[in-house]
Design a protein around this ligand. Structure first.
Ligand code: NAI
Length: 532
């Protein structure tokens, strides 16, 4: 029996022996079901597995700050202005009428999951995802961050040219009250030379150890000033070039910490921010494509059990690709080539017009169909065992896949993405599908930053234990691969497979959130509708 007070405080109450509620926690039992498969003389020998776990979710939502690196950019300023519009319920006029603020585009705040069915009507019952477990409301996030450009947030919003003027006009005083971003770390070698004119707000000097301590002090001060329990540090600054992975420099946690002490040239600003957050025990999420998470960062996060997630927001073209390529392959159709073109005219596009920064984006956009292709050996010949390393046979069959990005200032933040899917169909036939997608880039990205921040905070409150071994509850593994739905090139536990399929990513998240309240099983089987 649940105490009434506990029950009232929660939009969903699960009445089952698998779920219990205390004032502080929701505790659930969950059986992780799978199957071990071995292949013996061409036959698949399958042994179902079932391992019992318990989850414990702290019910008190942390007072959470979001510190954005690149706060004055299009994403940072758009996120701030839209939160303020929601918080102060600012409505504005567009040429089509009166517009209300909302959180459309947020998986957590604008999409639902099926809980079950109403026994009296047999009808499905859906709830907002944000009701499944206690989560921060975006309106309650305390905003802050850094930028190499010192423009005040109201000026940054104006410069971004994303929001309707009538909204900008009304939200302006609130934005001005946020002030200017904190001075940031600028190592010109990592972003495009065309960004130099913006860099008027930088922490002086070249001593990387001093820079690290400066950032750590910024995080601590922000936390203290606002009385926060948790700060999520979020990279939404310019895309950097890739860092070289150099043995002895960034390959282990200790080497990386020493490389920072020695101000080694290959330590990027984003890596420095990640290390600062990890050392402060606060989560760090990378919304851009560069390899911020060099092996030394991952080892440090593991050592200190500090959460990290990345890379690169999956907002438009890649999100569609992670649905569309899967649709083709799962329908038994064989994509032969995927050709993607983008043009955009915002500052992100300007930065990506430089080759090394474009390369980072190209890499993160390119791997997105790999898992779908390798899941279907009927259509794509798998890699041949024993084939010479690097050969076509060793790589396995794969569609041709190219990505082009061009900077066209006139279109501003309104990005164009053109994709051609050229596929083999039945008995030698061919199918060509072209998709033309046009969208305000920052309005796609902003809800993803919110979802990533809110989920990250939640995942810091979830602990688990192996119920069979009677062990203590412990936190999740530090690389938060449950964030994959919002990320183009999901970072996962080393040695485990990346899942790019948007459907599988959503399923994983939904299953996990439900498991935390003691619900399990596929809600799409609907067995009762298929039997007498
Ligand atoms: P933006 O160029 O408008 O903003 C980036 C901001 O970062 C600028 O204000 C710049 O001054 C600042 N900056 C650069 N280096 C910095 C440093 N070391 N420290 C602090 N600030 C620094 O770009 P936007 O459109 O806001 O995008 C931000 C990032 O998100 C880019 O890396 C972009 O590739 C990535 N992204 C954006 C998506 C979108 O749909 N808008 C989708 C996927 C990724």
């Amino acid at each position: 029996v649940h105490p009434t007070a506990v029950r009232r405080a929660s939009p969903i109450v699960v009445q089952s022996e698998h779920t219990s509620y205390t004032n502080d926690h929701i505790i659930s039992k969950f059986t992780n079901r799978g199957a071990d498969v071995t292949i013996v003389e061409g036959q698949y020998i399958v042994t179902p597995t079932a391992k019992p776990y318990e989850f414990q979710t702290a019910r008190k939502v942390a007072k959470t700050g979001l510190m954005m690196v690149g706060w004055g950019g299009n994403n940072g300023s758009t996120l701030s202005a839209t939160i303020l519009a929601n918080r102060h319920n600012i409505v504005w006029r567009t040429k089509s009428g009166v517009q209300q603020p909302n959180y459309i585009g947020s998986l957590l705040r604008a999409s639902t999951v099926r809980l079950g069915a109403d026994p009296s009507t047999g009808k499905d019952v859906y709830v907002p995802i944000s009701d499944v477990l206690p989560m921060v409301h975006p309106n309650d996030l305390v905003l802050g961050g850094w930028d190499i450009s010192g423009a005040r947030l109201d000026e940054a919003m104006k410069r971004a040219q994303v929001l309707d003027w009538d909204l900008q006009r009304q939200v302006m005083p609130h934005m001005a009250a946020l002030g200017s971003p904190l001075p940031s770390i600028y190592y010109p070698d990592f972003i495009a030379a065309n960004q130099e004119a913006r860099a008027d707000n930088v922490v002086p000097g070249t001593d990387k150890q001093a820079h690290l301590e400066h950032l750590r002090a910024d995080i601590r001060k922000f936390k203290e000033t606002h009385g926060l329990d948790r700060v999520v540090v979020f990279w939404t600054a310019n895309t950097e070039r890739y860092s070289d992975i150099i043995p002895g420099v960034n390959d282990t946690a200790d080497n990386l910490l020493n490389a920072i002490k020695a101000s080694h040239s290959e330590v990027s600003p984003s890596t420095l921010f990640a290390v600062a957050a990890i050392l402060e025990g606060e989560p760090f999420v990378n919304g851009a494509p560069q390899n911020t998470f060099v092996p030394g960062v991952i080892e440090l996060a593991e050592r200190l059990q500090s959460f990290i997630g990345g890379d690169d927001l999956k907002s438009g073209q890649t999100k569609l690709k992670s649905v569309f390529a899967e649709f083709l392959v799962n329908a038994g159709i064989k994509p032969l080539s995927i050709a993607s073109y983008n043009h955009l005219g915002n500052n992100d596009g300007h930065n990506l017009s430089a080759e090394p920064q474009f390369k980072s984006k190209e890499i993160s956009k390119s791997s997105v169909v790999d898992d779908m292709v390798s899941a279907n050996a009927l259509l794509f010949k798998p890699s041949a065992v024993g084939a010479p390393a690097g050969s076509k046979e060793a790589k396995g069959e794969h569609p041709d896949h190219i990505v082009v990005i061009k900077y066209v200032p006139a279109v501003g933040d309104s990005k164009r993405a053109i994709d051609e899917y050229y596929s083999e169909i039945f008995c030698g036939g061919r199918s060509t599908i072209n998709i033309f997608n046009e969208c305000e880039d920052s309005l796609l990205a902003t809800p993803l930053i919110l979802d990533l921040t809110i989920l990250t905070e939640l995942l810091t409150r979830v602990k688990y234990r192996d119920a069979s071994a009677g062990k203590d509850f412990k936190p999740l593994y530090p690389i938060l691969s449950l964030l994959s739905y919002m990320l183009k090139a999901p970072l996962v536990k080393p040695g485990t497979d990346v899942v790019n399929s948007l459907n599988r990513q959503r399923n994983a998240l939904e299953t996990f959130l439900k498991a935390c309240i003691g619900l399990e099983g596929s809600s799409d089987l609907l067995l009762e509708t298929r039997i007498w």
